[in-house]
Design a protein around this ligand. Structure first.
Ligand code: 6PG
Length: 464
């Protein structure tokens, strides 16, 4: 009998099936389009011996040992609900259904509730690392019951990534906890990518570096404190040439970024929880602006698109990048802490930082520092208040200020870098300007305000 079944043989599902087979698990597989199944088995080569392919859902379910473990690797949203409606009547109490897609955690919570009525465990599993990760070791963020984790832990830790021997797979909390942490992972991914794009833009348009020259800068950074998967692939991408034209590949790609929703969900949830993850917000917004290509082209004619020179050296840009990246992580962890309180998940930020150190898209040297900082107990749960991090930020802030100031002065858009700086400058002031907003609210709407050092709700002297 198969130890696990995978429904969905797209890129991620196929790669996970092969990863499981390679680690000695017997895997049942099936797919909605049945004609995908035979070519997949053929490509599996020797690993096919561990794969049981079934075309019918009933046969797929019957091929599984009990309790059954079924991993759905299908598009998120309505297809998952449709699949659950089909498959749950074939299952028995104690069986486990895993959604390995990028699902909205609200859906995951609803589905977990729904399946629990039949004694079934529904697991929301965040899987990061793209196709290569899925095939050779992804980082995995599990949300679900302790019983489901007990059954899944041996399987997931066998196929997951490891950082210096430590598995990058963990049970983070119940129901939607895993999918939410994966959503914030993607929000941070958006932020890091936007910071990189802004720095690329400053070097390219403000300092006249060519793509191969910028590739060298990023390759150099990848050997230091900025070491990360996204910096590594940025160097690779910028060095690549288009075989058709001989131009740098980056110059033949339309400058309109896609997005499937996870970055936006992070921002929506942050705002719902009364927060603002300004770097992630900037990154999501910038993707939206990027896709308005025609409007930008029209505006360039009307408004003028010239930008001035940037004198900040790659060394200064690296310091600014480090500061902004840390602030983006700090914001992501704040959103997770707020959601953890709201939904009673008891997320452990040190554990999250640890499982992001390998396998996932945002894996970065900096996560070691972050994991240690949380393990040591961050004051008020805030990374920016951890003494070593506060010290590093203070050292790097002059560079971030210089880069943002030069960019603003010369007309380069740096929404993520400036969003990071605005948040830092807001948080470092114990006394801000919101007293005026409170006074205005009271003036026009009698909303009342708190007085410093006095309990109760008060009003200003402007009432008639
Ligand atoms: C990962 C990635 C992965 C995928 C995102 C990209 O962790 O492996 O985040 O989940 O690449 O869906 O999202 P966008 O299409 O929204 O950029």
């Amino acid at each position: 009998m198969a130890q696990i079944g995978i429904y969905g043989l797209g890129t991620m599902g196929s790669a996970l099936a092969l990863n499981l087979a390679e680690h000695g698990f017997d895997v049942a597989v099936t797919n909605r389009e049945v004609d995908w199944i035979a070519p997949f088995i053929e490509e599996a080569g020797d690993l096919a011996a561990r794969l049981t392919a079934e075309e019918r859902l009933e046969a797929f379910v019957a091929a599984l040992g009990v309790p059954r473990v079924i991993l759905l690797m299908i598009p998120s949203g309505a297809p998952v609900d449709a699949m659950l409606a089909q498959i749950t009547p074939l299952l028995d109490p104690g069986d486990i259904v895993i959604d390995g897609g990028n699902a909205d955690f609200h859906d995951t919570r609803r589905r977990a509730d729904m399946l629990s009525e039949n004694g079934l465990h529904f697991v929301g599993l965040g899987v990061s690392g793209g196709e290569a990760g899925a095939r050779h070791g992804p980082s995995m963020m599990m949300g679900g019951s302790a019983e489901a984790w007990a059954a899944l832990e041996p399987i997931l830790t066998a196929i997951g990534a490891r950082h210096e021997g430590v598995p990058c797979v963990a049970h983070l909390g119940p129901d939607g906890a895993g999918h939410f942490v994966k959503t914030v992972h993607n929000g941070i991914e958006y932020a890091d990518m936007q910071i990189i794009a802004e720095i690329y833009g400053l070097l390219r348009n403000g300092a006249a570096f060519s793509p191969p020259e910028i590739a060298d800068v990023f390759a150099g950074w990848n050997a230091g404190p900025l070491r990360s998967y996204l910096v590594e692939i940025t160097a690779e991408v910028l060095a690549a040439r288009d075989p058709e034209t001989g131009h740098p590949v980056v110059d033949v790609i339309k400058d309109a970024a896609g997005q499937k929703g996870t970055g936006r969900w992070t921002v929506i949830e942050a705002l719902r929880l009364g927060q603002s993850a300004s770097v992630i917000e900037a990154a999501v917004g910038a993707r939206g602006w990027s896709s308005e290509k025609e409007t930008r082209q029209a505006a360039e004619t009307v408004l003028g698109g010239a930008v001035g020179a940037i004198t900040a050296s790659p060394e200064v840009l690296a310091e600014a990048f480090l500061a902004a990246r840390m602030l983006a992580y700090a914001q992501g962890f704040r959103v997770m802490a707020a959601a953890s309180d709201e939904y009673g998940w008891a997320l452990d930020p040190a554990q999250i930082a640890r499982i992001w150190r390998a396998g996932c898209i945002i894996r970065a040297g900096m996560l070691d520092t972050i994991a240690d900082a949380f393990a040591g107990g961050a004051p008020r749960g805030e990374l920016i208040l951890v003494p070593e991090i506060a010290r590093d930020l203070a050292l790097r802030l002059p560079a971030l200020r210089q880069v943002v100031a030069e960019a603003v002065h010369s007309g380069h858009a740096v929404p993520a870098l400036s969003g990071a700086l605005a948040w830092y400058d807001t948080m470092r002031r114990g006394h801000g300007t919101a007293a005026l907003i409170q006074a205005q609210r009271d003036r026009f709407g009698h909303h009342g305000f708190e007085r410093l050092g006095q309990a109760g709700r008060h009003h200003g002297p402007w009432r008639d």
